[in-house]
Design a protein around this ligand. Structure first.
Ligand code: AMP
Length: 280
């Protein structure tokens, strides 16, 4: 596996691969890699001939009071994991490489960026869309892989790619969970043992909603209430939101159907976790 930190060099590698007729697959990450990230890499290996992964903790998607400085950084372990998976190229740029002095151009995906996490974390999705746009311009991948874990991110990236006519296909990979249901997240590393147990309330609430949907409940208001009741059983966890939305527009719906997105965010101690389920 090659390791590069310069955009121009990464672009010449991916261009060379494409000239050889290879389909370039791209897996963007912020590092602190876990099995959720690895499932993206495996999907990329299965669906492309040349796999590029990136590790970049993107400052523009963190709010002023968020965890940018303490975000887990485990570069050496990450590098080994990617190498073991057969990744061809790892792009790990510096902040200065991605945001040269005086960079003032951003990509706001309007409206949709203010929903779900975008409402709780103003500016977050502007940062996400901007960095994904830059990474796609650098690497020019044929296909890019994103986790369903970040459902709002998926909706926003798909919209950006469509609106700005990026020549890239977006593949969404299912959520990888711990055996007790907790969705894998780099931020799970912040949880104390007691918080780790409380954190299952997110997936328990989603399971309850899904079970009620499968028993015939179609009212979003009643399903939200069912989720809130599960959260009420874990009073140390502070619910940020539970919302039931169209998975493409992220607009609230009053009646649910197959394909509707149920998304939750909650603070377990000081750690903010998210999870979601698409009703089937
Ligand atoms: P991050 O490093 O948190 O920016 O995540 C990089 C990519 O991994 C994003 O597309 C995430 O949606 C995806 N991802 C993170 N956690 C999971 C998970 N538990 N299952 C599947 N994909 C995930």
């Amino acid at each position: 596996m090659k390791l590069q930190s310069r955009a121009v060099e990464t672009r010449s590698e991916t261009r060379a691969a494409k000239l050889q007729g290879k389909r370039v697959g791209f897996v963007p990450t912020m590092g602190a890699l876990h099995d959720g990230h690895i499932s993206l890499v495996r999907a990329a290996k299965a669906q492309s001939d040349f796999v590029l992964a990136s590790i970049f903790v993107n400052p523009t998607q963190f709010g002023p009071n968020e965890d940018l400085a303490k975000y887990p950084r485990t570069f050496e372990a990450d590098r080994k994991k990617l190498e073991a998976e057969g990744v061809d190229l790892l792009f790990a740029p510096s902040v200065e490489e991605m945001y040269p002095d005086g960079a003032v151009t951003f990509v706001p995906v309007e409206g949709i960026s203010d929903r779900l996490d975008g409402r709780s974390r103003p500016g977050h999705f502007r940062g996400v869309a901007t960095v994904v746009a830059k990474l796609c311009h650098i690497a020019e991948p044929d296909v890019a892989f994103f986790g369903q874990k970040d459902a709002a991110q998926v909706a926003i990236i798909k919209r950006m790619v469509r609106d700005l006519m990026f020549p890239v296909e977006i593949v969404v990979v299912p959520i990888v969970r711990e055996p007790d249901g907790l969705a894998l997240s780099s931020r799970n590393a912040y949880l104390s043992p007691a918080e780790r147990k409380q954190a299952t309330v997110l997936s328990r609430a989603l399971r309850e909603v899904h079970a009620q949907y499968r028993s015939g409940e179609r009212s979003a208001a009643r399903l939200i209430e069912a989720a809130r009741q599960v959260f009420a059983s874990e009073p140390s966890v502070r619910l940020d939101y539970v919302e039931i939305v169209d998975r493409d527009t992220l607009e609230s719906v009053s009646q649910v159907k197959a394909g509707t997105l149920v998304a939750v965010a909650a603070f377990v101690g000081s750690t903010r976790l998210i999870d979601n389920v698409v009703l089937t």
